[in-house]
Design a protein around this ligand. Structure first.
Ligand code: TIU
Length: 227
């Protein structure tokens, strides 16, 4: 069965038997005060507004029994997977591995590293700890998706122009078709979100497709009506 999802730059042909949802880094480190995003100097309150849309997107995939992958940007407690080039960049209030309001910044297992409760992974859903901005670097995710015959990825999460866009570009190079849900992704910089989406869909979809959640829901509803 193919679902025709109205999207930019043209309809995305979704095959539910080959598609997975990827929710990028919806962890407290980026979304709540006192985490990594905050320590970089950002207004983190902007990111909370996509939680309801992302929850609805997750619910849609659960309803149709489709695979869901949640990622977290996370480093090992000994920082052996955090290159100095990443840790020492800039002048943040706290660096990766420092003790913050929600435990150690961006460290696996710490309270700040947990996915926000509204989007908590369900049993059986894949949770990937990724040390990079892209979801394939040092994670084994490509092999995992290959085992499940996944060739299409629907993207949500934060931030649009950093970990989401990097993951979409990595996915391109590995042969996946990518659809970004525009109202289930956010940036600390509205103009960067808008620009990232334009870059993705430009040139006939050089990186992929983009659409609001309502269009994906409509495509599922239409498929139900058509039988
Ligand atoms: N700083 C920023 O916009 N993003 C990150 O550091 N990581 C993710 O996007 N997850």
């Amino acid at each position: 069965m193919t679902l025709f999802v109205s999207a930019r730059p043209y309809d995305f042909e979704l095959d539910p038997s080959q598609a997975a949802l990827v929710v990028i880094d919806m962890q407290r480190d980026f979304i709540e005060p006192g985490g990594f995003g905050d320590t970089l100097g950002n207004d983190v309150s902007r990111l909370t507004k996509i939680i309801p849309t992302t929850a609805a997107l997750i619910a849609l995939f659960r309803k149709h029994g489709m695979p869901i992958v949640h990622t977290r940007e996370a480093h090992r407690p000994d920082l052996s997977d955090c290159p100095p080039a990443k840790r020492l960049r800039g002048k943040p209030g706290l660096r990766i591995g420092d003790e913050g309001a929600m435990g150690r910044i961006l460290i696996a297992g710490e309270p700040g590293n947990q996915i926000v409760s509204e989007l908590a992974p369900a049993a059986g859903e894949v949770v990937i700890d990724k040390p990079g901005k892209g979801m394939f670097w040092a994670t084994g995710l490509h092999e995992m998706l290959g085992d499940r015959d996944v060739t299409q990825l629907v993207f949500a999460g934060v931030t649009t122009e950093v970990c989401v866009q990097t993951s979409m570009r990595e996915a391109n190079d590995r042969g996946y078709e990518c659809l970004l849900i525009e109202d289930a992704t956010e940036s600390y910089f509205p103009e960067f979100k808008a620009a990232a989406i334009e870059m993705i869909v430009a040139q006939g979809g050089i990186v992929g497709w983009a659409t609001p959640l309502a269009k994906l829901e409509e495509a599922f509803e239409q498929a139900t009506i058509d039988g």
